[in-house]
Design a protein around this ligand. Structure first.
Ligand code: ADP
Length: 453
């Protein structure tokens, strides 16, 4: 790993709301920005606002945002000396991180070695277990080729189990198995899917937790040995393993339990010399945390942690990459109030089919404690090539109740025409008594959706 160097021009290797978020953080620190974009994104807000903008390819991501050579060429051509990958695209591609550093540029994120370790869920779980982080009980390694041995393992873990792809991501490459009869076919099918989707058929087994919550810990680590945890987020409201609404802190979980798991995450980071921002994801059931994976990048839901801690996570990423020491210590990190984020997607609120097209009306809410992260303006065309996230509404309040009330007002004010959005779904979820009570499990939203129809 090369020593951190100062930089003054950052290439943002992403698009949409996160590209704008990164651009703002750069500006606030006095850094220049290079926006690289596909032909489809030429009119995007962060492209228009960038110090330098460069088209790197046609609309399909494989030929633009995922084209590592094009990105490195663009950095060279524009004199950018650092690359921020955002989330998605190449953000968790260890080879890309290595290639950036090999080209003499700064990758704003962890080392390629850290990304590689966490990108393989089996090695990630092993490393975390060795570092004292509690994990979901399971096979502790790749599944053996012998089906008899797989059966023995599953019996030992106890049904139901979940077959997972070691290289999986984005909620894909997983299959729940309720009894021994289903196991053989589930293993064959998941291996085939994993090979196709991730180029890696390696599988492992975990106990399938039936009513857990998804709780995650945000960490921030500098290159001088300081590793901080910034509280917990509850991301249990999911559909098809995809997060829909997130909140911080996690309602109903005592702060001392969060502090204990937070400390373990920070200690694990110190042991593996982790640098930058990262997230430890856990399933939480019956008072027990069980690690499932670590994300080695900034997350979509980072603003709720920023709202409750007052820490600018993206600015911290940039400062850490320049070799700066974190200016705060763990005892300075406090959680104030409660924050909730709604992901606004251009999709049909009932069928969840993407809804690309031109946005003709885009009236945004405001008021105390309301933050909007979006790249969209009226007249913007939602492209069919990328994910459907068009913005995020984040509401912060002194209490959870106040955050919910502010968010409900914001959602009532928000008016979008020209494309369909999931705003009606968010309005209904926030009015739901069980959600208002707090602490629903990861299957709650799907049960609620099924009951509604
Ligand atoms: P990905 O990398 O694809 O997001 P994860 O391992 O983070 O995969 O799991 C995504 C989601 O799948 C979790 O938030 C949870 O809803 C569900 N899940 C994963 N492992 C288990 C498990 N052992 N038991 C129950 N649900 C699980």
């Amino acid at each position: 790993m090369s020593a951190p160097r100062r930089f003054n021009r950052v290439l943002i290797a992403n698009r949409g709301e996160i590209a704008l978020r990164i651009q703002r953080a750069c500006r606030a620190l006095g850094l220049e920005t290079v926006a690289v974009h596909s032909e489809a994104d030429a009119e995007s807000r962060h492209v228009r606002q960038a110090d330098i903008a460069l088209c790197i390819g046609p609309a399909p991501a494989a030929r633009s945002y995922l084209d590592a050579d094009a990105l490195l060429l663009a950095a060279r051509a524009t004199g950018a000396s650092a690359i921020h990958p955002g989330y998605g695209f190449l953000s968790e591609n260890a080879d890309f991180a290595d290639a950036v550093e090999a080209a003499g540029l700064t990758f704003i994120g962890p080392t390629g070695a850290s990304i590689r370790m966490m990108g393989d869920k089996i090695t990630a779980k092993r490393a975390m277990r060795d570092a004292g982080v509690p994990c979901v009980p399971g096979s502790d390694g790749p599944l053996p080729a012998e089906m008899d041995a797989v059966h023995a393992l599953a019996a030992q873990i106890g049904f139901p189990v979940i077959v997972k792809a070691s290289g999986g991501g984005g909620g894909r490459g997983m299959r729940v198995v309720w009894n021994a009869e289903e196991l053989g076919e589930a293993v064959t099918l998941t291996a085939k899917e994993a090979q196709q989707a991730f180029g890696n058929p390696t599988l492992y087994l975990e106990r399938f937790m039936q009513k857990p919550r998804h709780i995650e810990i945000q960490v921030l680590c500098d290159t001088h040995g300081t590793a901080l945890w910034l509280g917990a987020r509850d991301c249990s409201l999911q559909r098809r393993h995809q997060k829909v609404l997130e909140e911080a802190p996690a309602p109903g979980i005592p702060p001392d339990i969060i502090a204990e798991i937070g400390e373990r995450c920070a200690e694990a980071c110190r042991r593996i010399f982790y640098r930058g921002a990262g997230t430890f994801e856990f399933l939480y059931e019956d008072g027990i945390f069980a690690f499932i994976e670590m994300n080695t990048r900034v997350q979509v839901e980072h603003p709720i942690t920023e709202a409750t801690t007052g820490i600018d996570i993206v600015a911290a990423q940039l400062q850490i990459a320049q070799g700066e020491k974190l200016a705060i210590r763990q005892q300075d990190v406090a959680t104030h109030g409660h924050a909730i984020e709604c992901r606004i997607n251009a999709e049909d609120p009932l069928s969840f089919m993407p809804s690309p097209g031109r946005i003709t009306r885009w009236d945004l809410p405001g008021g105390p404690g309301v933050r909007i992260d979006t790249h969209v303006t009226a007249g913007y065309t939602v492209q069919p090539y990328y994910d459907s996230l068009i913005g995020k509404i984040i509401a912060h309040g002194t209490t959870r109740q106040e955050a919910i009330a502010r968010l409900r007002v914001a959602l009532a004010e928000m008016q979008v025409e020209g494309v369909s959005t999931n705003i009606p779904l968010h309005r209904d979820v926030l009015a739901d008594p069980h959600f208002q009570e707090g602490g629903v499990d990861i299957h709650y939203l799907e049960r609620w959706l099924a009951d509604r129809t």
